[in-house]
Design a protein around this ligand. Structure first.
Ligand code: DOR
Ligand code: ZN
Length: 446
């Protein structure tokens, strides 16, 4: 199958992309395809009409659920949500039921993930007692394992690693098998103190109850430990200025420290909770304008390596429960690229930086070979985006089962029109405005 994508607005300028089967085989100046004879030799010719084309997003932080929580999301619905959002590769988190903390749990997940319509890997979950099981997997079956996830606090169906000596052992194991350790750094002992201290349990107090000090303390702890042991460390969803400063310093000493932010910690402040309530309940919590600014500075100076969606679907019925009962997290696969592109355009940050954060760096860190760039011989994982018009975010139209979002109703400056995974064009499925154009044999969202 040979496909010609004409008039693609790449970061480097207007080009034609030639795809053969699952790979990009050539990138040419647009004048090249003007002759009819050339165009005739393709199975499919798609005019991208000068729209933005970037590498599909590689999202290293996704909670697909499925299995015993298939009411929240399945690999099919997560895939469709991802494709709608221009995400072509995901790495699934281990706090599923069953958990991905041993071979049995991993195999159950492997079975569920056969329904995926995109590229994927898994993060294994570390507990205080599963070191041997992790080693058994890493020794013999680790082709689809991206990293080892540790939660220093309870958040959603996850086991906590509280014992520092266990933490060290996990770091050493990760080093031995050259795997990245990902950490949710809020510290449980610290959270417990704040729970005791603050009587009023309301969504408006979420960022006081899950106090910033707890995330800062945990980040400090794992940076110190990684510095001693020398393993690769990836700090998930950094939310505070203080953590940014700690990470910036640590990165001066080591090339093994990586970190991630989410679109919500970058662009939303906690005051939004007055209007969105529990739909904006997430761990770590939304913080302040000053924290948004610190994350933005760190995006610009490249302290941040990746953006992850932290797609964490729960049912709407659960989310409308009282604050103390409602689970934390919300869907993010369909909003991450639109929100980020909008933010980058508004702040005049080059889109080349966005591509590093969403594709190139995650491909490098989590070893997706020949992905994350639009280059000859790379897989044809592409997102075609209209960044010229304003589009509202409408959660009710999500393909995720979780049809709510703290971004609901916001006007974005970007909409994903096509997503290609391994050279196959995939629809932003389920949209009312998607049309089938029989003359071209492709779907196009006009
Ligand atoms: O808000 C969150 N939700 N934070 C996490 O760390 C876990 C996630 C989930 O799995 O729902
Ligand atoms: Zn998460």
């Amino acid at each position: 199958m040979k496909i010609l994508l004409k008039n693609c607005k790449l970061i480097e300028g207007l080009k034609d992309i030639i795809i053969e089967d699952d790979k990009i085989v050539d990138i040419k100046p647009c004048e090249w395809s003007k002759t009819f004879a050339m165009v005739d030799s393709f199975d499919q010719v798609i005019d991208i009409k000068n729209k933005l084309v970037i590498p599909g997003m590689i999202d290293a932080h996704v909670h697909v659920r499925d299995m015993e929580q298939n009411n929240k999301e399945t690999w099919e619905t997560a895939s469709l949500a991802a494709l709608t959002g221009g995400v072509t590769t995901i790495i699934d988190m281990p706090n599923t039921i069953p958990a991905t903390t041993n071979l049995k749990g991993l195999n159950a997940k492997r079975e569920a993930a056969k329904k995926a319509k995109l590229n994927y890997k898994f993060h294994l979950g570390a507990t205080e007692n599963n070191l041997q099981e992790l080693e058994q997997i890493l020794k013999s079956y680790s082709f689809d394992i991206a990293g080892i996830k540790i939660f220093l606090a309870g958040s959603s169906s996850n086991e906590v690693v509280a014992d520092e000596s266990k933490l060290k052992e996990i770091f050493k194991l990760a080093k031995k098998y050259d795997k990245v350790v990902l950490v949710h750094t809020e510290l449980q002992s610290c959270l417990d103190k704040w729970q005791q201290k603050i009587a009023e349990k309301t969504i408006q107090n979420h960022d006081i109850l899950r106090n910033r000090k707890c995330a800062i303390e945990g980040t400090k702890l794992v940076l110190e430990l990684a510095n001693k042991i020398g393993n690769k460390l990836y700090i998930c969803h950094v939310s505070t200025r203080e953590e940014i400063e700690l990470i910036r310093k640590a990165k001066q000493k080591s090339t093994n420290i990586f970190c991630e932010i989410t679109p919500h910690h970058l662009t939303l402040e906690e005051s939004v909770l007055n209007s969105v309530g529990n739909f904006g309940k997430v761990n770590p919590p939304l913080r302040t304008k000053d924290d948004n600014n610190a994350l933005l500075e760190a995006v610009i100076d490249s302290t941040i390596d990746c953006v992850g969606s932290d797609h964490a679907p729960h049912t709407i019925d659960e989310k409308i429960e009282d604050y103390s009962i409602a689970p934390s997290g919300f869907p993010g696969l369909e909003t991450t690229l639109p929100i980020l592109i909008t933010e980058f355009i508004e702040r005049k940050i080059p889109l080349s930086r966005l591509v590093e954060l969403t594709s190139t760096k995650p491909a490098e860190i989590f070893e997706f070979k020949k992905r994350g760039k639009i280059e000859k011989e790379f897989y044809a994982d592409l997102a075609v985006i209209d960044a010229e018009h304003a589009f509202p975010i409408i959660a009710a139209k999500f393909n995720s089962k979780a049809k709510y979002s703290p971004f609901d109703g916001m006007i974005g400056q970007a909409k994903v029109k096509f997503t290609f995974v391994n050279g196959n064009s995939k629809l932003p499925f389920g949209r009312g405005d998607v049309r089938y154009l029989p003359d071209r044999g492709v779907y196009y969202d006009e």
